[in-house]
Design a binder for this molecule. Structure first.
Ligand code: FAD
Ligand code: NAD
Length: 443
């Protein structure tokens, strides 16, 4: 009889692990338990369902439960794993629909329990009209709330706050974005934050930075946000102040966490417990610039984790090559892409980090419709080693970031960047690519 793989969590990390393991070794018996009613979907698309650009939540689903079953994977939604005994290799599962508890067993276990929103400790968040955005269920609730809403306040100008500010404006709401730090996207450098602030304000978003939220006011239904800078009336509040990995189950069974607070794994996504793997937002990755474990809770990373774990469990060779911290998002007309370390982060890490920031264009100056494009390069003084970078553009030109990400992964320098043979034609780039123009500015 084939061995039994149990996967806990059925979204990006869990679904990738289950499908890959089954494909590579059809003799494996694969079981997935998912607490919610949805599996294998792209949470990354949620802001675009909220904006109305994508007509229905169902469009975000990559594989339905029927498709799991067709591949021979036993999928159980509304089933929560509440306990695991790693000695006996058994687990306790609660079926939320039937209201019953039962036992199961595993030879291999994948922990793909993801992450959850981290709420700031402020009074009033339990009221009606206050939302987070993580899951399809959250998306469903927010879609309903949008029907009657007029004034939204968003706490946090990170990825979710910035993407959803655009979605809410597209739905005709007045939007105030409230950020604790001194700029939008505060994990990146000031110049990018300035570009974002201008773009948000141009599209009618009120941006309050360096603001402390004291309480959400209301009598059971939210009416306003009380802050250090004044009161913001709001009938809908989205709390987007970051996330935390769901590690409770892992900790209870003795799985070791790393210094980041997420599950520590090796390159094969193995944890400290025999037969137990971790994948997705619940797990750490190895950062190739910092040369240490790092928590990068992103969808593409979760898929790679899952694929690696599934392959290894199927008895084949795979290693996850780690991350350099590449991300991209859209805020109205701007695409903002970053990789590696910001200058601020690099200095904090003890690098002699310097930067150049340039404005160029996404096409030849004479080509109709070419638009401004900005590049930031962060490098180590003396060695010229690349540490990070950002590209901000009015569209796909921001994907130039991938050339930088590839160089960072190889430990490349500014000299290496200067020697790259990059693509050129007037509709897509000036004759000197903006990445090369930035590299030429390095003294
Ligand atoms: P999750 O998606 O959190 O899934 C974990 C699942 O495990 C959950 O469904 C949960 O119900 C289940 N679970 C937890 N505990 C148990 C248990 N005990 N028993 C059974 N089931 C359990 N990333 C990008 O790279 N690019 C983007 O553009 C992007 N945009 C995003 C936009 C939004 C609005 C959000 C919310 C996220 C976005 N992300 C993006 C991040 C990306 O969605 C996540 O990295 C990805 O969903 C992680 O997948 P996961 O499977 O690790 O975790
Ligand atoms: P985030 O970490 O990106 O941003 C949280 C923001 O909230 C930060 O700017 C922080 O300074 C601010 N903040 C913290 N406490 C606050 C407070 N009390 N008041 C006001 N502001 C406060 O987290 P997020 O936006 O919640 O997104 C969660 C995760 O979702 C991200 O870490 C990312 O993994 C993922 N995501 C990625 C993308 C993408 O890659 N395009 C898009 C959306 C979400």
């Amino acid at each position: 009889m084939g061995k039994r793989l149990v996967v806990i969590g059925g979204v990006a990390g869990g679904a990738s692990a289950a499908f890959k393991a089954k494909r590579e070794n059809p003799d494996l018996e694969v079981v997935v338990y998912e607490k919610s009613g949805w599996v294998s979907y792209g949470a990354c698309g949620l802001p675009y369902v909220l904006s109305g650009e994508i007509p229905r939540l169902e469009k975000l689903v990559a594989r339905t439960p029927e498709e799991f079953r067709k591949q021979g994977i036993h999928i159980h939604v509304h089933h929560e794993v509440v306990d695991v005994d790693p000695e006996l290799k058994t687990l306790t599962v609660f079926d939320h629909q039937e209201g019953r508890t039962f036992q199961d067993r595993y030879d291999y276990l994948v922990l793909a329990t993801g992450a959850r929103p981290s709420l700031p400790p402020i009074p009033g968040t339990e009221q009606e009209g206050v939302y987070t955005l993580r899951s399809m269920e959250n998306g469903e609730s927010l879609l309903k709330a949008l029907e009657g809403a007029q004034r939204a306040a968003i706490l946090g100008a990170g990825y979710i706050g910035l993407e959803v500010a655009e979605a809410f404006r597209k739905r005709g709401l007045e939007v105030t974005l409230l950020e604790l730090k001194d700029r939008p996207l505060p994990h990146w450098d000031q110049e990018v934050g300035n570009l974002l602030k201008e773009e948000l304000e141009r599209h009618g978003v009120e941006v309050w930075t360096g603001v402390e939220v004291k309480a959400l006011r209301g009598q059971g239904r939210v009416e306003a946000v009380e802050t250090s800078e004044g009161v913001v009336p709001a009938d809908l509040v989205l709390v987007a102040t970051g996330i935390k990995p769901n590690t409770l189950l892992a900790q209870a069974m003795g799985v070791a966490l790393g210094s980041t607070g997420a599950i520590a794994t090796d390159e094969r996504m193995r944890t400290n417990l025999e037969g137990v793997y971790a994948a997705g937002d619940v797990a750490e990755s190895f950062h190739q610039v910092l040369k240490r474990p790092y928590w990068l809770p992103l969808g593409d990373v979760a898929n790679k984790h899952g694929r690696t774990a599934g392959t290894v469990i199927a008895g084949k060779e795979a290693r996850f090559a780690g991350v350099v911290g590449t991300a991209i998002f859209k805020a109205f007309g701007l695409a903002v892409a970053t990789t590696g370390l910001s200058q601020e982060a690099a200095l904090k890490e003890g690098f002699q980090a310097r930067k150049v920031f340039i404005q160029s264009r996404d096409g030849a100056h004479y080509y109709p419709g070419s638009q401004p494009l900005w590049v930031e390069l962060i490098y180590e003084e003396g060695t010229g080693k690349l540490l990070g970078g950002a590209v901000v553009a009015h569209g796909h030109g921001a994907l130039r970031i991938d050339a930088l990400a590839a160089l960072l992964h190889q430990g490349g320098t500014v000299e290496d960047l200067l020697s790259l043979d990059l693509a050129y034609a007037p509709p897509y780039s000036p004759v000197w690519d903006p990445l090369l123009i930035a590299a030429q500015q390095v003294k």
